[in-house]
Ligand binder design. Structure first.
Ligand SMILES: Cc1ncc(C[n+]2csc(CCOP(=O)(O)OP(=O)(O)O)c2C)c(N)n1
Ligand SMILES: [Mg+2]
Length: 278
């Protein structure tokens, strides 16, 4: 790997740690949030916003910008912290997360927050909308791409597979889905609740080109997301293997941290770990 590339990966890593620390504080102060699925997704969000997406913070409605849809809308705090880091919103506004009259609600609202492309929160909603966005880009003759991040538990929603089937049928090679494959949903392991495996084979059977990646390895994410479409004439699926609450040793892979709000001492310990991380 070249020095320039190393520098880029270091920059992504630093941004991810800063966003984790910010997200932790937002959830702690608001007394609400979803740290588990936010921390599994942050390295993916950072790689997208700082290495992949063709977007400009100063021009958030440019017609040919790439689109990003956070289908797992409960991870909104991570998206807001990323949008602030990228210059779409004022970092000071993050302190209003979930407060009455704040624009930063528990689920993202495109009518309130610059950079949010569609409202999400009900699982199984964002991905089908993203398929429509990709079809619209094709109808417009635009080269813009649509990226969408889904949960793995979210794949238990029937609308996800209807959308996957449509994208395969229409050969939407301008559409990229990233599955945050952290193995957990709200109350248990995905495989114990409703088996997803063999997950890659399922996407392939629906006409998608599939790659798997370590969702916490910025270099690998950059390489994989930079290589889309994986095949012309097919939509691309990235199965990103992640851990819930990645970055907090005593919370990682623990189901209760799906929406656990840290106590004072947990907050201090977690923050110390994040600040000490290389
Ligand atoms: C239709 C719908 N049902 C239930 C919920 C409540 N809910 C929020 S997150 C979640 C679990 C999601 O699991 P997963 O998609 O794996 O997300 P992650 O592990 O990344 O947090 C549930 C059931 C919801 N938001 N929408
Ligand atoms: Mg999950």
């Amino acid at each position: 790997m070249t020095e320039a590339r190393d520098g880029r990966v270091d920059d992504l890593r630093r941004r991810s740690q800063a966003i984790r620390a910010r997200d932790l504080r937002m959830v702690y102060e608001a007394g609400l949030g979803h740290i588990g699925g936010e921390f599994s997704a942050i390295d993916i969000l950072v790689t997208l916003y700082f290495g992949v997406l063709r977007i400009v913070a100063g021009d958030p409605t440019a017609p040919d910008r790439d689109r990003f849809v956070l289908s797992k809308g409960h991870s909104a705090a991570a998206l807001y912290a990323t949008l602030a880091e990228a210059g779409f919103i004022d970092p000071d506004e993050l302190a209003t997360f979930m407060a009455p009259m704040s624009r930063l609600n528990g689920h993202p609202d495109r009518n309130k927050v610059p950079g949010v492309e569609t409202n999400t929160g009900p699982l199984g909603h964002g991905f089908p909308v993203a398929v429509g966005m990709a079809l619209a880009a094709r109808a417009d003759g635009s080269s813009r791409r649509t990226f969408v991040l889904t949960g793995d538990g979210e794949l238990q929603e029937g609308s996800m597979w209807e959308a996957a089937m449509a994208a395969g049928h229409f050969g939407l090679d301008n559409l990229i889905v990233i599955v945050d494959r952290n193995g957990l949903q709200q109350g248990d392991f995905t495989e114990r609740t409703m088996r997803l495996e063999p997950l890659a084979d399922k996407w392939r059977a629906f006409g998608w080109a599939v790659r798997e990646v370590d969702g916490h390895d910025h270099a690998a994410l950059l390489q994989t997301l930079g290589a889309v479409p994986f095949e012309w004439g097919r939509p691309s699926c990235v199965i990103a293997h992640t851990h819930k609450a990645q970055g907090i040793s005593f919370a990682t892979d623990r189901v209760e941290w799906h929406h656990h709000v840290p106590s004072d001492s947990e907050f201090r310990r977690a923050l110390a770990e994040l600040e000490a991380a290389p």
